[in-house]
Design a protein around this ligand. Structure first.
Ligand SMILES: NC(=O)c1ccc[n+]([C@@H]2O[C@H](COP(=O)([O-])OP(=O)(O)OC[C@H]3O[C@@H](n4cnc5c(N)ncnc54)[C@H](O)[C@@H]3O)[C@@H](O)[C@H]2O)c1
Length: 482
C-alpha cells in the first residue's frame, strides 16, 4: 500500500460530497486538530520567483503552525540555497527531485518549475503517495495532460491546480451574477486581455518565449483566462479555432544583444531593462547564472523566441456558448474587457482602462470630498460591473478594489488549501485536474489550430469527454474516484 492511502480512504469515507463526485472542498483533508496537532509535511520544487515569493515565504509565515517545509528542490544549487534563507526554513535542499522525495517523505508536493516540466514532478509525487499542488498551467501538451490524469486516477491522491484568479473579489462577483442568471441564458462572451509593454515584454525575456518550455502564451498566460471562462460559463469547450503570429518581439527587430546588461543598444532600445537596479532579482537570478545559464534579462529580440505575440481564439462550448478571445502583448496599457451576452441582457466589465480609471479616481475624490468630515481627500477605488437589461435600464455593481495579490484571491486560495480545506465551496473556486486539463487543453487546441490551420476538437486530445455542465466524471469508471 502506498503511503497515505489510508488517510484518503478515511477521508472519503467521512466526506459524502466528495464520494458522490461533487468536489465542494479542496479535496485534501485538513491535517491536525486541536486535540492532535500534526503539521503537514510540504516539499517544494522550483525555487524561482513564484516558488519562493508566493508558495514559499508567505506559506511559511502564515501557516507554520500547521505545515512544515521538509525539503526544497531546484536544478540550480545557488537558487535553492537562497530560497532556504529567503523562506526562513531549516529543511534540507536538493538538486535531485527523486532524492528529495525519498529522503523527506512529504505529504504534499508543491510544483513551481518551468511549465513544460510540471508533469514529471506531479506524476512522480502522485506515484510516491503524495498529494500535489501545482502552479498553472497544469501542463503544456495533451500527452503530458493524459499522463497526469492517468497518474492521479491510479494513485488515489489529489492534485490541486492553483488558479488564483478565480478567488478574487471582482471575478467572484461576476460568477455570482452568472449563477443568479441575472441576464438570462448566456449565448456568447467577448473577452480581450491586454498586456502592456512592461509585463507583456517580460514574458519574452526568458523561458516563456520558447514554445517547448511554456507551450506559448496561449497556454502559459491564457490558461488563467480560459479557466475563468470555463468556470464562468460552467460548461466544457468543444471546438477551437485560432490565429496567432509573432510580429513584434523576437526576430522582428533589426538589432539584438546577449542580454540587457551587456547590450550595445542600451540607449537605443525602448525596452532596455536594468536588472542591476533590482537587488532581489540580482541575487535570485544573475548571481546564479553560472550554474545553469538562466538569463533573467535576456534579449527580447533573440532568434530563439518562437511563440506568438498576438492571438485571437474562437471557442464553442458544449452548452452552445461561443467565445471570442484575444491576447495582446505590447499594449500601451494593461487591462481587460469582458462582455457576457445573455438572452435578457448583457454584463460588461473591465479593468485598468486608463481613461476609465482616471474618471473613477476623479469621481471617487469628488464623492470623498462631499462626504468627508475631515475635509481631506480620500480615495475609494472599485471595479465596476455594468448590467444592462434588454429594453430596460443599465446599472452598476461596484466591487471594492482590494490591492493585495489578485484582488484578495491569492491569500484566499492559500487559506482554502492550508487553513480551511474542508469549508464549503459553493461557487466551486477550488480546481483539480479536470479543470486544470480543460484550461490547458483550450490553449493547446488553440496553438494546434494556429500551427495546423484547422478547427481542433477538445475530445481529440485526451480521454476527457466535454460535458454541457462541468464537474461530471471523466469516464464512467471515474465516478468513484472523483
Ligand atoms: N498563478 C500565477 O499568478 C503565477 C505567477 C507567476 C508564475 N506562475 C507559475 O509558476 C511557475 C514558476 O514561475 P516563475 O515565474 O517562478 O519562474 P522562474 O523561472 O522564476 O522559476 C522556475 C524555477 O524552476 C527551476 N527549474 C526549472 N526546471 C527545473 C527542473 N527540471 N527541476 C527543478 N527545478 C527546475 C528553475 O531553476 C527556477 O528556479 C510557472 O509554472 C508559472 O507559470 C504562476
Amino acid at each position: 500500500m502506498k503511503k497515505n492511502q489510508m488517510n484518503r480512504r478515511t477521508f472519503l469515507g467521512t466526506t459524502g460530497a466528495v464520494a458522490a463526485g461533487t468536489l465542494l472542498t479542496s479535496g485534501i483533508p485538513a491535517f491536525g486538530s486541536a486535540s492532535k496537532p500534526v503539521r503537514r509535511r510540504i516539499a517544494l520544487v522550483g525555487t524561482g520567483g513564484r516558488g519562493i515569493g508566493f508558495w514559499g515565504k508567505p506559506v511559511q509565515d502564515r501557516y507554520s503552525d500547521i505545515i512544515e517545509f521538509v525539503g526544497l528542490c531546484d536544478i540550480n544549487p545557488g537558487r535553492v540555497e537562497l530560497a532556504k534563507k529567503y523562506i526562513g526554513v531549516s529543511c534540507p535542499t536538493f538538486t535531485s527531485f527523486d532524492e528529495m522525495l525519498i529522503k523527506t517523505t512529504p505529504d504534499l508536493v508543491m510544483v513551481t518549475t518551468v511549465d513544460a516540466t510540471h508533469h514529471a514532478f506531479i506524476i512522480k509525487a502522485l506515484e510516491s503517495g503524495c498529494d500535489v499542488l501545482t502552479e498553472k498551467p497544469m501542463t503544456t501538451d495533451e500527452i503530458k495532460c493524459q499522463a497526469i490524469l492517468d497518474a492521479e486516477r491510479k494513485s488515489g491522491r489529489k492534485v490541486i491546480v492553483g488558479f488564483n484568479y478565480r478567488h478574487g473579489d471582482h471575478f467572484t462577483a461576476i460568477k455570482e451574477l452568472l449563477v443568479k442568471n441575472r441576464v438570462g441564458k448566456i449565448t456568447s462572451v467577448d473577452f480581450h486581455w491586454y498586456l502592456n509593454t512592461y509585463h507583456g515584454a517580460d514574458y519574452f525575456r526568458r523561458w516563456h518565449g520558447e514554445m517547448n518550455k511554456s507551450g506559448s502564451l496561449l497556454v502559459h498566460k491564457a490558461t488563467h483566462h480560459f479557466d475563468l471562462l470555463n468556470w464562468w460559463i460552467d460548461s466544457d469547450p468543444t471546438e477551437v479555432f485560432a490565429y496567432g503570429s509573432l510580429e513584434h518581439y523576437g526576430k522582428n527587430n533589426p538589432y539584438r544583444g546577449p542580454n540587457c546588461r551587456q547590450c550595445a543598444y542600451k540607449d537605443k532600445c525602448r525596452f532596455f531593462y536594468d536588472i542591476t537596479k533590482d537587488p532581489d532579482y540580482m541575487a535570485l537570478y544573475v548571481d546564479n547564472e553560472k550554474y545553469d545559464g538562466y538569463i533573467r534579462d535576456n534579449c527580447l529580440w533573440r532568434d530563439s523566441i518562437d511563440i506568438f505575440d498576438k492571438m485571437a481564439v474562437q471557442i464553442k462550448y458544449a452548452n452552445d456558448v461561443q467565445v471570442s478571445y484575444s491576447l495582446t502583448t505590447y499594449s500601451p496599457f494593461e487591462g481587460l474587457t469582458i462582455a457576457f451576452n445573455g438572452m435578457l441582457g448583457r454584463i460588461d466589465t473591465w479593468q485598468d482602462l486608463p481613461w476609465r480609471s482616471k474618471e473613477l479616481a476623479d469621481q471617487a475624490q469628488k464623492h470623498a470630498l462631499e462626504m468627508s468630515q475631515e475635509k481631506k481627500p480620500v480615495t475609494e477605488e472599485y471595479n465596476e460591473i455594468m448590467v444592462s437589461d434588454n429594453f430596460g435600464q443599465t446599472s452598476l455593481v461596484k466591487v471594492p478594489l482590494v490591492v493585495t495579490g489578485h484582488g484578495g484571491g491569492d491569500e484566499r486560495l492559500q487559506d482554502r488549501i492550508f487553513r480551511n480545506p474542508e469549508t464549503p465551496d459553493p461557487y466551486k473556486h477550488m480546481a483539480g485536474t479536470r479543470d486544470g486539463a480543460m484550461s490547458a487543453l483550450l490553449g493547446i487546441a488553440a496553438r494546434k489550430s494556429i500551427l495546423e490551420k484547422r478547427i481542433v476538437r477538445i475530445e481529440e486530445l485526451t480521454d476527457i469527454k466535454p460535458h454541457p455542465a462541468r464537474g461530471l466524471p471523466r469516464l464512467p469508471q471515474d465516478a468513484d474516484e472523483e
